[in-house]
Design a protein around this ligand. Structure first.
Ligand SMILES: Nc1ncnc2c1ncn2[C@@H]1O[C@H](COP(=O)(O)OP(=O)(O)OP(=O)(O)O)[C@@H](O)[C@H]1O
Length: 320
């Protein structure tokens, strides 16, 4: 399952990175990102997400493969490419004693861009930091500090923005607020690649999702397509009396008997609500057929289950 966007803004082919005296962090990654999308890269600890981002942002030196951004080879055209890319790293990194506005201005200069007070004002206002512009960073709350990190990454108006774990360790309210900020960036045309451990984040925000594990991309696809293909409904009916076999009246349903006939399990649907409807019909048919049940537990498989399933499947393939 993979979708290759036409004319990608970022085109990564066969990317490899083996750290000196270290592991193979990337084992041949192919990834294409389309202009204007939010792409979520999901993977467990040590999967290679930060190494992948670092390779595009010039912080990691790949040992193989190629990267083109905006149609340019990043090694040959580093200066041109660099000023069009922004990165919000995982770790907070700035001079805590400096004022917000000075750090954001400084960051713009780091990318070789001429001073532009109007742009700095725009960024600070968009991130609700304008009132805090003269505060020393150390006085800000954790959430505000993270916003300053985003402001720094946006000061030079990048076309492609990387957010490495943008909401790691922040509370739910702040996470939702960050999602809004990120959505606002997309509306202004910025292409966004974010890494996350939070499946909910990918589910909420991303247009496409990629799953990476052990330096290999296991899957990339439209989020909705993944949900439609794999987002199944599972419903377990606890039967009042164990059943020997599935009655003919129910033969049309994707059901099986488990736990020595004590449970009737439905697994079906396509993530678009059909599963829930069918479970409701099944419940009615059970009642009509005089089959009593004492409990019903139904849920739709989330991206989280799909993700865990893929990682587990990958482990088995590697072991085989
Ligand atoms: N500078 C380095 N030197 C040696 N090994 C490294 C270095 N940086 C990362 N690694 C290793 O490379 C692998 C991939 O790490 P990476 O940080 O890219 O993963 P990640 O998916 O970002 O993980 P996390 O979600 O924990 O940040 C890991 O095994 C890690 O220990």
């Amino acid at each position: 399952m993979s979708t290759t966007p036409p004319d990608p803004i970022l085109d990564i082919r066969g990317l490899e990175k083996t750290y000196r005296n270290g592991p193979t962090a990337l084992g041949g990654v192919d990834l294409q990102i389309r202009k204007g999308e939010i792409f979520a890269l999901l993977g467990p600890n040590g999967a290679g997400k930060t190494t992948l981002i670092g390779s595009v942002c010039g912080l990691v030196n790949p040992t193989g493969g190629s990267i083109q951004a905006f149609g340019l080879d990043i090694r040959k055209h580093w200066r041109e490419v660099r000023c069009r890319i922004g990165l919000v790293p995982q770790e907070l990194s700035f001079d805590m004693f400096d004022k917000v506005i000075r750090q954001v201005r400084y960051s713009r200069g780091m990318f070789g861009c001429a001073p532009d007070e109007a742009r700095i004002e725009e960024v600070l206002k968009a991130l609700s930091l304008w009132d805090k512009r003269d505060e020393p960073i150390r006085k800000l709350s954790g959430g505000m500090k993270r916003r300053v990190m985003i402001a720094k990454a946006l000061a030079h108006d990048p076309d492609l923005l990387f957010l490495d774990e943008p909401t790691a360790g922040v509370d739910v309210e702040l996470r939702r607020d960050m999602w809004k900020q990120i959505e606002g960036l997309r509306e202004r045309g910025t292409t966004i690649i974010l890494t996350t451990h939070y499946i909910e984040e990918a589910e909420e925000m991303a247009d496409r999702v990629g799953v990476i594990n052990k330096g290999r991309i296991l899957l990339t696809d439209d989020k909705d397509a993944i949900m439609a293909q794999l987002g199944r409904t599972e419903a377990v009916f606890e039967l009042a009396e164990p059943m020997g076999e599935i009655p003919a009246a129910l033969s049309e349903y994707p059901v099986t008997l488990e736990d020595e006939g004590r449970k009737l399990v439905y697994r079906g649907g396509d993530g678009t609500g059909t599963g829930k409807r069918e479970v409701a019909e099944l419940a009615q048919d059970l009642t009509r057929s005089g089959i009593a049940f004492t409990g019903l537990d139904a849920h739709e498989s989330s991206l989280e289950e799909i993700f865990v399933g893929l990682v587990e499947q990958g482990k088995e393939e590697i072991a085989a």
